[in-house]
Write a protein that binds this ligand. Structure first.
Ligand code: KIV
Length: 256
């Protein structure tokens, strides 16, 4: 809980640095630099090559979350509740408890469908911290669209943000929300907003690590490529192939 309060108290003091991780090597590096590491259900597309996040199972989330959490010491570790794992209060509580117990994570993330506030509250009420998620929520949409542009959608998102806060979330992801709406929500809420494609007015930022490192091949407008790992990996693989074909590897140094 200390880590959760630290995140809440960061509002208006410092920007929150957040990224996704699905495995030990990334968790170990991210832990040195991030306030929050999210084991996102984006692993479906980024890691497993699925077309969307809709068929991720609890078992997949748990497997990756154990790997991440057991290699994280200082960052807050949040695990996504996959689609269809929180369709009603009873199921949501059961699955949130299962994920929390198995992974020892610090919190779960629940995508808001504009109605599921009682479900969010029921998870908070059993002592499991919840991160909210509004705007473009990939579990509920299939076609990418910026949210909040029409006046009615702007107010709908403000209402959703407030209702998430009332349900007890400790922070909220704003995904692909237009700048004026993200700014208004950040001003309205007491809890931190974490933007992905939602402007620099949010209290923190998150990206899918595989995207920002140039590993996933998915580069929408809101992703900045901070490195090009695809190129670096390809250079290494080409060198290996050449060395094997020329019998330069393994050398004496690599042999017994
Ligand atoms: O699944 C995920 O990685 C996410 C982030 C994009 C916020 O939900």
């Amino acid at each position: 809980m200390k880590k959760i309060y630290k995140i809440i108290n960061s509002k208006n003091k410092k920007q929150l640095v957040c990224l996704t991780a699905y495995s030990k090597p990334f968790a170990k590096i991210l832990d040195k630099y991030c306030d929050i590491i999210l084991v996102g259900d984006s692993l479906a597309t980024a890691m497993y090559g699925m077309k969307d996040t809709h068929n991720v199972s609890i078992e997949m989330m748990i497997r990756h979350a154990i790997s991440v959490k057991s290699n994280t010491t200082q960052a807050l570790c949040v695990v996504d509740m996959p689609k269809n794992s929180y369709k009603n209060i009873q199921q949501a509580k059961k699955n949130a408890k299962f994920i929390f117990k198995k992974t020892k994570c610090d919190a779960v993330k629940v995508e808001c469908d504009g109605k599921n506030y009682d479900i969010i509250k029921s998870i908070v009420d059993i002592g499991i911290p919840v991160m909210g998620h509004i705007g473009f929520t990939p579990q509920h949409f299939s076609k990418f669209k910026v949210q909040g542009i029409l006046v009615k959608d702007h107010y709908k998102l403000l209402d959703q943000a407030e209702k998430n806060q009332k349900a007890g979330v400790f922070s909220i992801v704003l995904e692909c929300v237009n700048t004026p709406t993200a700014k208004a929500i950040t001003k309205l809420l007491k809890i931190p907003t974490i933007g992905i494609g939602a402007s620099s007015h949010c209290d923190g930022q998150i990206l899918v690590t595989d995207d920002m490192l140039g590993l996933s091949g998915f580069y929408p407008r809101f992703v900045k490529k901070f490195a090009n790992l695809n190129n670096i990996i390809e250079i290494g693989i080409k060198k290996y192939k050449k060395a094997v074909l020329n019998k330069k590897f393994p050398s004496k140094k690599n042999t017994f």
